[in-house]
Design a protein around this ligand. Structure first.
Ligand SMILES: CCCCCCCCCCCCC/C=C/[C@@H](O)[C@H](COP(=O)(O)O)NC(=O)CCCCC
Ligand SMILES: Nc1ncnc2c1ncn2[C@@H]1O[C@H](COP(=O)(O)OP(=O)(O)O)[C@@H](O)[C@H]1O
Ligand SMILES: [Ca+2]
Length: 561
């Protein structure tokens, strides 16, 4: 790791000045990637034998790519600061000019805040020069969005979407000089339809969705469909080679679960998400395409759940007025019903080099597994090698499992969320071109409860005899076709552990696809590697956050946003 003292001595400084910060004289240096400052008096002491820790405690650095903005300090703000000081601190009055750098500050649990650092000087021209040079460096960061199209679902989650955007996000976008067109949706699928056909996407660097996973799904569908239409690709064909979307998607969490935001950022916090958008982070993401008998149904990026999660979602729709609490009520009801469903799951296992759902290698920022994007050719080569090695394999590498399942879940990402901080598949990857297929077979209520409970702690939820998990590139599900049953049987409930008769209409569950219900139980799913990109960077390792961000620990003034 680069030491702060090294940074200060780096050759090729763009600008170097002695300025005042918090009424102390500091040496401030800017090179093309780092803005750093250290107290002059303390650094002299250091050179006469004071330890390294003192040096670290009074030296500070910010990466240029994490600077939100720089501007002339508000005159009133400057005067206020000077008045609040005693006579002993008069020097600042001699330095009436100032500029403020707003930058990312990491706080606990992956949250980011925007903090201000103000530097004072007697020389107005010098302050202007600093503002100009920092702005020039910021303008070289070409990944930053300048223009965004924002869709707000006013009815998502606790119905706070509009307020969250106006109070917490818009001021930050304004500060970062990002222009926005904002559309508050008036009906379900408004955003999807607008993106599909009407929006002039050439104007924008990204699309921002304010809402939950359902709202994200609208943006996803609008953008993928538009990209395929513009490129002349027929997305309805199961084997279509889809074209990746060029616009990034930002998510401001304002829904009920917000799993896609949580699993890509590490927290559901609107300010953190806004800052990831501002700095132009980029996280590629896999997308599953779901078909029924070669008819396109939907795309999915997080959870495709049949059985338990499908039932939770179906039941929860009737109590949508309860907001996020509807899932707790419906979860309890579904758990007590203890239904299971028969069918056959067939899947194409992923190659060995993408790891295993139980390997405990979690997908984190800069994940080495996701860095390598295999071409469809690579995947096919590897598959045919695998097939040659396996003597019994006569089905092109496909495997089939028939059984009675309480839940069939395909997690294309961890699906971490506040209810389950590690997620349904803690080691699933965001952008490896695979999904983790979790099969929970019929078991006792108590065993299923134990399995569910493990989603809320760090115990291994796959370590049960009735659970198996496979990392796959494609899968199919065919529900059991039951013989027509008598009218008498139709009046009884679905298959439950207490009953042996079938209700024909309810012996099938329904698939929840990122929180939307699919109209068919029989589906074919194929993972499209890195089809979209989010304004995110994956979850940062906690330690990595602190080491990379020394300035945040000691240096910043209390004005945070
Ligand atoms: C004994 C305690 C058991 C607790 C088990 C908790 C397990 C939770 C796993 C949640 C996985 C969530 C996967 C994401 C699903 C969302 O796409 C979907 C729609 O979200 P939104 O549009 O924001 O409303 N949410 C759900 O399906 C809710 C699942 C809740 C399950 C209790
Ligand atoms: N203006 C609107 N009126 C009604 N429904 C809407 C509107 N805008 C979006 N929706 C739909 O609301 C559903 C839930 O939205 P979402 O933002 O995911 O909230 P939640 O997380 O609470 O489910 C989505 O399916 C979306 O299509
Ligand atoms: Ca994946």
């Amino acid at each position: 790791m680069t030491r702060l003292s090294d940074i200060m001595e780096t050759q090729g400084k763009l600008l170097y000045s002695k300025l005042f910060h918090k009424h102390r004289q500091v040496e401030v240096a800017l090179n093309c990637s780092i803005l750093s400052w250290k107290e002059i008096e303390r650094s002299r002491k250091r050179s006469s034998g004071i330890s390294n820790s003192a040096e670290t405690a009074h030296s500070h650095a910010v990466q240029v790519c994490e600077i939100v903005s720089v501007c002339k300090t508000d005159e009133q703000e400057n005067t206020k600061t000077r008045r609040s000081r005693t006579n002993a601190e008069q020097p600042s009055q001699l330095y009436p000019h100032a500029f403020t750098v707003s930058c990312v500050r990491r706080t606990r649990q992956h949250r980011w805040r925007c903090s201000d650092v103000t530097f004072h000087s007697a020389n107005q021209g010098l302050c202007e020069q600093w503002i100009q040079v920092i702005n020039e460096q910021l303008s070289l960061l070409t990944n930053r969005p300048k223009s965004l199209l924002v869709y707000i679902n006013p009815f998502g989650g606790k119905r706070h979407g509009k307020r969250i955007y106006e109070r917490k996000v818009a001021p930050l976008f304004g500060r970062a000089c990002i222009s926005t067109d904002v559309i508050v949706t008036e009906r379900a699928n408004h955003a999807r339809d607008h993106l599909k056909t009407e929006a002039n996407l050439d104007k924008y660097d990204g699309v921002v969705c304010v809402g939950g996973d359902g709202m994200f799904s609208e943006i996803l569908h609008g953008l993928i469909t538009r990209t395929q239409t513009d490129s002349g690709v027929d997305q309805k064909q199961p084997d279509a080679e889809l074209v990746p979307c060029s616009l990034h998607i930002g998510i401001i969490p304002a829904g009920s679960t917000d799993c896609i935001c949580f699993a890509t950022v590490g927290t559901n916090d609107p300010v953190t998400s806004a800052l990831h958008i501002i700095v132009g982070d980029s996280q590629p993401m896999d997308v599953c395409s779901v078909h029924h008998n070669d008819t396109f149904l939907r795309y999915s990026v997080s959870l495709l759940g049949y059985g338990f999660y499908g039932d939770v979602l179906t039941n929860s729709e009737r109590t949508r007025f309860l907001g996020p609490a509807r899932y707790d009520l419906s979860g309890l009801k579904t758990f007590l019903s203890h239904n299971y469903y028969e069918g056959t799951v067939s899947f194409l296992p992923a190659e060995n080099n993408v790891g295993d759902p139980r390997d405990k290698l979690q997908c984190r920022s800069g994940c080495p597994i996701c860095q390598h994007k295999p071409s469809s050719k690579d995947v096919q080569c590897e598959m045919s090698e695998k097939k040659e090695k396996s003597d019994e394999d006569v089905s092109g590498g496909w495997r089939a499992i028939r059984g009675r399942f309480i839940a069939i879940n395909a997690a294309s990402m961890s699906c971490a969320c506040p209810r389950s901080p590690q997620g349904l598949s803690p080691s699933a990857h965001l952008a490896d071109g695979t999904t983790d297929l979790i099969l929970v077979r019929k078991c006792s209520r108590l065993d299923f409860f134990r399995h569910l409970l493990r989603h809320t702690n760090k115990e291994d939820q796959f370590d049960h005899s009735f659970v198996e998990v496979h990392r796959v590139r494609k899968f199919r599900f065919q529900p059991q076709q039951h013989e027509l049953v008598s009218l008498e049987d139709l009046s009884v409930s679905p298959i439950s552990s207490a009953q042996t008769t079938y209700n024909y209409s309810t012996s099938h569950s329904r698939w929840s696809c990122d929180g939307e219900i699919l109209p068919h139980a029989a589906i074919q799913v194929s993972v499209q590697c890195q089809l979209i990109r989010l304004f995110a960077r994956g979850i940062e390792e906690q330690q990595q956050c602190l080491l990379e961000d020394p300035c945040t620990l000691w240096a910043l003034e209390p004005s945070t946003h």
